[in-house]
Design a protein around this ligand. Structure first.
Ligand code: ADP
Ligand code: MG
Length: 157
């Protein structure tokens, strides 16, 4: 599959929310795998929170840093798996916790620090890379690696 990419600049968190809303409206987001790269504080979790809100998740949204994965269920029944591989190191955990099955199964998969699970997680449909330029400004690169990712990318244009 041909690789397509686009860049965005986020000047405020409203821009972050706008990308979340655009992706949430796309039917291609169902069953997609979206990876999020960027340094600590880049805005990966903030983006995921906006995306979960846009998909109808209400209440306090827990971050998965200690659990590695935090599952959610949208009001329409969509299963969402929010991974944070920041502290992931034990390869046995990959099998024991059933992560392979999650990535092979239905539902939306979101992963922070995908590089820490390289060689295990599949290629993301859409890879989002966030670079903080100043306190508020971020440069964001969106890269589609699959047909589904290309449809997602089109939804953000
Ligand atoms: P990460 O998960 O990448 O480590 P977080 O989302 O936890 O990063 O933290 C990002 C921080 O940057 C938050 O304090 C957030 O309020 C701040 N921030 C400022 N501007 C933005 C923006 N445009 N998008 C996302 N976060 C932003
Ligand atoms: Mg985070």
């Amino acid at each position: 599959v041909e690789t397509h990419s686009a860049t965005q600049v986020w000047r405020t968190e409203a821009d972050t929310e706008a990308l979340a809303l655009a992706l949430a409206r796309s039917p291609a987001l169902r069953d997609a795998f979206v990876s999020l790269q960027g340094d600590l504080g880049a805005g990966k979790t903030t983006f995921v929170r906006h995306l979960l809100r846009a998909l109808g998740i209400a209440g306090r949204i827990k971050s998965p840093t200690y659990a590695v994965v935090e599952p959610h269920e949208a009001p329409d029944g969509l299963a969402i798996f929010h991974f944070d591989f920041y502290r992931f190191s034990d390869p046995r955990e990959w099998e024991d916790a059933g992560f392979r099955d999650i990535f092979a199964g239905p539902g939306l998969k979101l992963a922070e620090w995908p590089e820490n699970a390289a060689g295990r997680i599949p290629l993301a449909d859409l890879a989002i890379k966030i670079e903080a330029m100043t306190d508020d400004t971020r440069t964001v690169t969106l890269r589609a690696h699959t047909e589904r990712g290309t449809r997602l990318l089109a939804a953000t244009a």
